[in-house]
Design a protein around this ligand. Structure first.
Ligand code: UTP
Length: 289
């Protein structure tokens, strides 16, 4: 079986980020920093590590900071050069011209709608989707682990994680088939099942490798859970027609769309850093005493 390489990644960044108000009133949620890098930067770096060549951002109003972040910052570069400061950190955030595209979602009608908005840029090839607020820490990165598994199996590959039973109503949930190590065959998918009805506690996390057929399903996809056009509902239509697997990622996930998860990510990353780790650790130990 010939498996087509994944060259493109879609970053849906059109959501409202209401759980982070007022921080996200005038700033995209994806620009919230974990220590000193915005969430979207970590996601883009993860995609580059996985061999992705084209980044497609599905944006909305008030998201232009994301475009600026990956662009040249002339004023900063000129001023910092004049002051003899290193431009290394700034330059790491530039994306190659032509390797980045922006498409506007206009209305946040749901994740499925956001992906559908990218259809002409994705074209007729497999693509990845990364939700930057699911912050994944692992070596290799989450998407690289998924691409490696995908190259063996083809089809569709989603990141899967077991969540506590009392949280399944907040996720897309998998009906699991055969399990083989970190891989689980996906037999069914349901978005945000009402409490007590989830088929398992194996849930969909914000990393996907999808075949282009999902976009054709989204074309006519009605609204689902929460009145939104759900990617999960469209993916569910592909089960049975194409291979479909969940990969349990080896690493740690922080739900940075949630305040606790976001604070936890900052603490964990700060503690692991060589530069600030020791002083943050001393502070935290002192604080907890
Ligand atoms: P969330 O469910 O976290 O929604 O979306 P949200 O609107 O960003 O945040 P809250 O719940 O109001 O705080 C998951 C991902 O899907 C994107 C979001 O930007 C986020 O990365 N998304 C969601 C879109 O791009 N468009 C949409 O219409 C909905």
């Amino acid at each position: 079986m010939a498996v087509n390489r994944v060259r493109k990644a879609v970053f849906p960044v059109g959501g409202l980020g209401t759980r982070f108000l007022p921080a996200t009133k005038a700033m995209p949620k994806e620009m919230l920093p974990v220590v000193d890098r915005p969430l979207i930067q970590y996601a883009v770096d993860e995609a580059i590590e996985a061999g992705i060549e084209q980044m497609i951002f599905v944006t909305g109003r008030g998201k232009s900071a994301i475009e600026d972040h990956f662009d040249i910052a002339y004023e900063l570069e000129t001023t910092m050069t004049a002051r003899g400061k290193s431009l290394d950190l700034l330059r790491q955030t530039r994306l190659t011209p032509g390797a980045v595209a922006y498409v506007r979602q206009q209305e946040p009608l749901g994740l499925g709608h956001a992906v559908w908005c990218a259809r002409d840029i994705v074209g007729d090839e497999p693509f990845a989707v990364l939700l930057a607020d699911d912050f994944m820490v692992g070596t290799p990165g989450c998407l690289k682990q998924m691409v490696d598994a995908y190259m063996q199996l083809g089809g569709n590959m989603i990141c899967a994680q077991e969540v506590p039973d009392d949280q399944t109503h907040m996720y897309g949930v998998i009906t699991p088939g055969v399990r083989d190590g970190a891989l689980t065959e996906v037999k069914g998918l349901v978005e945000k099942p009402p409490r007590g009805t989830a088929p398992s506690n194996l849930s969909v996390i914000g990393r996907y490798i999808l075949q282009p057929e999902v976009i054709r399903v989204l074309e006519t996809q009605g609204k689902g859970a929460g009145g939104e056009i759900q990617l999960t509902d469209a993916m569910a239509q592909l089960i049975g027609d194409q291979p479909f697997h969940g990969l349990t990622f080896a690493g740690t996930r922080y739900d940075c769309g949630d305040k606790t998860g976001y604070v936890n990510a900052n603490i964990a990353v700060a503690l692991a850093r060589a530069d600030i780790g020791p002083s943050v650790r001393a502070f935290v130990v002192d604080l907890l005493r």
